[in-house]
Ligand binder design. Sequence first.
Ligand SMILES: Cc1ncc(COP(=O)(O)O)c(C=O)c1O
Length: 386
Amino acid sequence: MIYLDNAATSFPKPDQVFRGMDAFVRSTAANPGRSGHRRAVESEAMINETRILLARLFGFRFPERIAFTLNATDALNMAIKGTVRPGDHVITSVLEHNSISRPLNQLEKDGVITLTRVPADQEHRIDPDEIRRAFTPSTRLVALTHASNVTGTIQPIEVIGPLVRERDALLLVDASQSAGAVPIEFERDCLDLLAFTGHKSLLGPTGTGGLVVGERVDVSPWREGGTGGDSSSPVQPSEFPHRLEGGTPNVFGIAGLREGVRLLLQHGVENVLKHERALMREFYLALKDPSVFSWYGADRVISERGGEGRLGLAGINLSGFSPAELAAILDEQFDIAVRAGLHCAPYAHKHLGTFPEGFVRFSVGFLTTADDVRQAASALDQIAES
Ligand SMILES: Cc1ncc(COP(=O)(O)O)c(C=O)c1O
């Protein structure tokens, strides 16, 4: 099978990830922090080491302020619902995944917040001036994706961060697509909250993710319960990470995530991005006639600018085929896995003019090869000629 659906989840996972999970599950596998025996202590040490590695990856000095969650959706809900208060104004964008849009839309519908959704420009980027203009005296939170899972464009958070900080609001960044694929500098770029998922470019298993909570932010817990230590406290402890980590964490998954992050630190995230951009160029150049497909601007950037400002993904359409049909042909006749439809981001497709059918997304990853993308190009050529 040729797997080009890495934006949904990375596949295959590197061997280190399987080996790390296997070794941990067979030898340790205890409940961290719950008991004082050696295995429980080892389990806790493994989790804390993973926090340290993630902090290094994200340019963040406070590993204890990284709380593990189920995935990015969990972390985004935690960040949004744990920071906004009745009467707050929130700024978001049209490029967001439903894991930001839905909680914010519901809070707006319930009359808790007011919401401004800023547009994207022709290059599918959020212009920092749009954010500047959207501020009101009650703006508390700006919630934006670092890199869109639909347009593939990387947003200028290094400009938006300082401008949000100047206005004393909070910046929540959804790094679901960028963590492990695009360098992140949490402190340098004045971020306040960063939600990540472990199973995409961080190369870990599903069921892992986290929320990085900056120094000046308090997030109210919305999942309260056992944290191991401090059992006598009648309410959730105020210290991080326990504040946000009620319940037994996914230790098996985090053991795999630790290996994924280790590998990325050794390899260098900037090299992952270079690899993915080179593959997208290879994909484009391998097509007999790329112009028979609709690319929504990605073709120009991939062919003329080496994919600058973009992740390793592109959405395309082919006239005469619905996205669902094209993806089904690729799957059934060529054994190529891609994702068709709206990709849980309906506003992004409205921005592109591809709502409601969407497009077919091809997304490469850490272990994708040049041969994979050449075969995908050949399959597309054959479908276009049929
Ligand atoms: C931009 C973006 N945000 C959030 C998510 C949600 O990630 P998860 O399903 O791991 O919670 C995704 C997943 O596709 C995404 O692409």
